[in-house]
Design a protein around this ligand. Structure first.
Ligand code: GLN
Length: 257
């Protein structure tokens, strides 16, 4: 009887010990053991159709492409939703593995981070209230009150072209659009696809036909993290050539646009 009790106790101890060992060995991921680690992506999820929150979930073109990249790398994708302007610093410091946020490749940003191959072309466009005196880019001047999302290329280019005085900066695109809808600014300069989504969600706003600037989006990683950059580029090449990226884009953007 005694022996049996001891055996049971021994087995129980072993079970607890093994549970502790596996528990400690696994990553903090809920799917223990399935991934080799995490891929932490910093983004700003107010930027449809690239990244936005719907029913409490992150969705959009970047979110889906990042998911596929993480799959290729056997990593669990973890999304950190932060201000656009703090993505690059967080990537530089190693807080995030990569930044993916409809982020335009610029020479200035290249001084701080490295960029992957580009995965999308984009344009900066202008939103105005319906019936505005601003009928084309040429109608914008230093006297125009221009709303922008802080630290974006819309902010950078418009500041260069019209001067700091003309610019009103907002933390997120929807805040700038809200200011436009309530007459606080005369126009908003922002990426075209989000602009289309914002216009669709707000009565009385429209998009100018002409593009303000043309640019390309890529993923940024810390300088020196060449291993990750290479892996991301290999994954992107595969996802481009097997049609995955086109498929994802066409879910969110119709071809005739
Ligand atoms: N494409 C713009 C930039 O890189 C805006 C990106 C964004 O607001 N998420 O600055």
């Amino acid at each position: 009887m005694m022996e049996r009790k001891k055996l049971v106790a021994f087995i129980m101890t072993m079970v607890v010990a093994m549970a502790m060992i596996t528990g400690c060995g696994a990553s903090s991921s809920s799917k223990k053991g399935e991934y080799e680690g995490e891929l932490i992506m910093a983004t700003n999820a107010t930027f449809p159709p690239y990244e936005f929150v719907e029913n409490g979930e992150y969705e959009g073109i970047d979110v889906e492409i990042a998911g596929k990249i993480a799959e290729e790398l056997n990593l669990e994708l973890v999304i950190e939703d932060v201000e656009f302007g703090s993505i690059i610093a967080g990537v530089e410091s190693g807080k995030y593995d990569m930044g993916m946020a409809g982020m335009t490749v610029t020479d200035e940003r290249k001084e701080s981070v490295n960029f992957s191959e580009t995965y999308a072309v984009a344009v900066q466009s202008v939103i105005v209230p319906a019936g505005s005196d601003i009928k084309s880019i040429d109608d914008i001047s230093a006297d125009t009150k221009i709303g922008v999302q802080q630290d974006t290329t819309g902010d950078i280019y418009a500041t260069e072209d019209y001067g700091d005085e003309a610019i009103v900066r907002y933390k997120a695109g929807p805040d700038a659009v809200q200011a436009l809808a309530s007459g606080k600014v005369d126009c908003v300069i922002i990426d075209k696809e989000p602009a289309k989504a914002y216009v669709a969600a707000n009565d009385g706003l429209e998009l100018l036909d002409s593009a303000y600037a043309e640019e390309e989006y890529a993923i940024c990683v810390a300088k020196g993290n060449d291993e990750l950059l290479e892996k991301i580029n290999t994954a992107l090449t595969k996802l481009k050539s097997d049609g995955t990226i086109d498929e994802i884009v066409s879910k969110y953007i119709s071809a005739e646009d």
